[in-house]
Design a protein around this ligand. Structure first.
Ligand code: ADP
Ligand code: ZN
Length: 717
């Protein structure tokens, strides 16, 4: 074994990270004890490191079994960028390449070998492994995506079953099985099928803390909301649709709106698909509109937004698909647009299934998904509960926790609705009932003379969506029934009559218009944003030179640190998380040069304590200034310029700091200014969050930012 003072130092040296993610250290210690291991961690949990670091410390070759060529190539590329000698053998290589790689292995030049299971177990390959075992030793078999061994998983591969024979051939070599699949059944299957011997089992929490979950109703403004979400996203995103047709339509619309986006679905040629995927991974294009065919085998760690523009089929797939966001642990957002119309489409496709058992399961799963979408509880509680993990709620990182929907008394509306069902003689579905309530003039209504009913037109004050929410909720609360014969005819029950007799009240969680932005996390100084952009372009340029994805050079989190800390020397640079020994020597000087060039645009040294930005307003700030001076409010300026109000606030704060004539009193009431000012005097020029914490809920980041602009100006003199 190689000796390091401690595991943290080995981690920093090879991978550049400062600390282990939860669970990693323990797993690595067990691996170093040559124990068999079962590692269950959610996507993005950092499974790979659990066998990669031991592979560098232990003697001999680590053989990694991985089901997808794309995954192997990705991991090998990333390892090589840390100067770790890894290689793969798969069907994409010609005989010559295979031979030279095998030679390198036998010469002990390779630490990690990635192979597909079918190759590993082939007649030709097993004797080669014997030779490796004899000459240099095999330290571990790491079985990635180990759920492929189980028929109960979603991704069964018969080849994985044969891996057990490795056990027989090499009984002393420890096996590490890794998966992100959460169900018990699959876990025990893995242990059994792979013949793990008294494995040390590590099951991490499936809570992905960095993901913000929200469900929005898919109203006629959904597209505009999507566009806003996309424009607000710094980085990449995936937008899932149910059908190819929808993918094509949405891609077209977004492209028309100047969004950098490509489609992905089974209707494209293999070449188009691969091409689009590569361009996404390399950051040549920022968004992908796709069917759920997209995403398996994609390791892109910096996806910042995953939108389900149509409701997902079930909670488990939702968890996996949304889980493609934020693998690197950075704040990311997962949004579902939910409409009852989509449910019809899915129900229709479920009804096409021939196996009644399958139909039943699919319907039940869809039901759970709808409950999730309509639920008012913490989204995490519902998701994790699905996997048998208890979560107390109040995560403060989902829509329901951050913006609890107010409960309202809708008894009167419920009475109207139910009596309309009664008047229509319990022979119609929800849409018809709502049409009657809203006084629609369609043919079906006149045909049945439902325009003559006493309930006709008594619900014009509510929208179609509102009535639907009520109708659905009545069904959920068991205050109304629906036939399961495919026609979904509404039927009354005993509870319905209690409501109509005013013996029972009905409350409803009313959806609030959702315009939620991740404010706290988006509070970054404008200055470092500009630098960040420059660092991103440098990273992209370096990545293109080597034809690798940009994240292989440095992760977003490392770039952000660079922009924040602005290191001046290699020693300072080396301290950043994500900078290991190799990346330091490879890229350190280049990034330092960029930071220096940014900090010193001319020869003039910036005075200490001042922000690096020049003291003249930029063009965009000037434009905001002009509109402000014309008397427009922040909101009006934002609308006129089609940018976010927070950005306008930033302009105004910077303008104040740059001594431009802005009337602060008009923006922040005087006594509030004084309160913030006092705190600034005490705390000094720090970031907004601690100031806000001191001031409490009633103060906004915007107010603090504006006053801080003035405070900076005064304190600079
Ligand atoms: P998984 O296979 O569990 O989905 P990965 O092994 O791909 O996750 O890791 C997800 C991301 O997290 C990768 O980009 C990896 O480099 C990063 N990562 C892993 N361990 C750490 C760590 N200790 N500190 C910071 N980043 C890490
Ligand atoms: Zn929550």
């Amino acid at each position: 074994m190689l000796q390091y003072p401690n595991l943290e130092q080995a981690l920093k040296y090879h991978f550049g990270y400062d600390r282990f993610r939860p669970g990693q250290r323990q797993i690595i210690e067990d691996a170093l004890q040559n124990r068999d291991l079962l590692v269950v961690m959610p996507t993005g949990g950092g499974k790979s490191l659990c066998f990669q670091l031991p592979a560098l410390i232990k003697k001999g070759l680590t053989v990694v079994v991985s089901p997808l060529i794309a995954l192997m190539q990705d991991q090998v590329e990333a390892l090589r960028n840390n100067n770790i000698s890894a290689t793969f053998l798969n069907s994409s290589l010609n005989a010559y390449k295979v031979r030279s790689r095998e030679e390198a292995i036998l010469n002990g030049k390779v630490r990690l070998l990635y192979v597909a299971p079918e190759r590993l177990l082939s007649e030709r390959f097993l004797p080669f492994l014997d030779l490796v075992h004899e000459k240099i030793g095999i330290s571990t078999f790491a079985i990635d995506e180990a759920h492929c061994v189980s028929e109960w998983g979603h991704d069964f591969r018969p080849e994985y079953r044969q891996l057990k024979s490795l056990r027989k051939r090499f009984p002393d070599i420890p096996t590490v099985a890794l998966t992100a699949t959460a169900t018990d059944r699959v876990r025990s299957d893995i242990i059994q099928q792979l013949g793990l011997k008294q494995p040390s089992i590590h099951i991490a929490s499936f809570n992905r803390q960095n993901l913000y979950y929200e469900v929005r109703s898919k109203t006629k403004y959904a597209y505009a909301e999507l566009l806003e979400l996309i424009r607000e996203t710094e980085g990449s995103g995936i937008i899932y649709c149910l059908t190819r047709k929808k993918v094509d339509e949405l891609t077209f619309k977004l492209q028309n709106d100047q969004i950098s986006v490509l489609p992905y679905h089974a209707g494209l040629t293999d070449e188009e698909r691969t091409n689009n995927q590569t361009r996404f991974i390399r950051d040549d294009v920022r968004f992908m509109v796709a069917t759920i065919a997209f995403g398996m085998g994609i390791n892109k760690p910096d996806v910042r937004l995953v939108v389900h523009f149509d409701i997902p089929r079930n909670i488990e797939s939702y968890y996996q698909e949304s889980g493609r966001a934020g693998r690197d642990g950075e704040t990311s957002r997962c949004t579902i647009f939910f409409s009852f119309g989509d449910i019809k489409t899915i129900e229709w496709s479920i009804n096409q299934k021939t196996d009644p058992q399958e139909q039943l399961i699919a319907k039940q799963q869809l039901r759970q998904m709808i409950d999730y979408a309509e639920g008012t509880d913490c989204r995490r509680t519902i998701q994790l509960g699905y996997f048998g993990e208890r979560f107390a709620g109040d995560c403060s990182n989902c829509d329901n926790c951050r913006h609890p929907k107010p409960m309202q008394d809708w008894t009167i509306e419920a009475m109207k609705f139910l009596s309309c069902v009664a008047r229509c003689k319990e022979r119609f579905g929800m849409l018809h009932i709502i049409d009657v309530l809203r006084g629609s003039k369609n043919q079906k209504i006149t045909q049945y003379e439902h325009d003559k009913l006493s309930t006709y037109g008594i619900g014009k004050d509510k929208t179609l969506d509102e009535w639907r929410i009520l109708g659905r909720s009545l069904l959920h609360q068991g205050l109304l029934e629906q036939t399961a014969d495919g026609y979904s005819v509404l039927k009354l029950n005993a509870l319905s009559w209690e409501v109509m007799r005013r013996q029972r009240t009905v409350s409803l969680a009313v959806p609030v218009a959702q315009k939620i932005t991740l404010t706290e996390n988006n509070q970054k100084a404008t200055e470092s944003e500009i630098l960040l952009q420059r660092l991103r372009s440098l990273r992209k340029q370096l990545a293109d030179e080597q034809s690798v994805p940009p994240y292989v050079i440095f992760h977003d989190s490392t770039l952000k640190l660079m922009a924040q800390v602005q290191p001046q020397t290699l020693a300072e640079f080396a301290k950043l998380s994500g900078v290991g020994s190799h990346k330091l020597s490879q890229y350190g000087e280049k990034f330092l040069a960029e930071i220096r060039a940014y900090r010193q645009p001319g020869v003039i040294e910036q005075p200490v304590n001042s922000t690096p930005s020049l003291n003249l307003p930029s063009d965009t700030e000037l434009f905001t200034l002009q509109l402000h001076q014309q008397g427009l409010s922040v909101k009006e300026i934002a609308e006129k310029r089609n940018i976010r109000p927070t950005t306008i606030i930033r302009h105004l704060a910077d303008l104040i700091e740059k001594n431009q004539s802005i009337d602060l009193n008009q923006l922040v009431p005087l006594e509030r200014q004084q309160k913030i000012w006092q705190l600034l005097e005490v705390l000094g020029d720090i970031s907004l969050t601690p100031i806000k914490e001191q001031l409490g809920e009633s103060y906004t980041y915007d107010e603090i930012r504006l006053v801080r602009g003035k405070w900076r100006r005064e304190n600079r003199k």
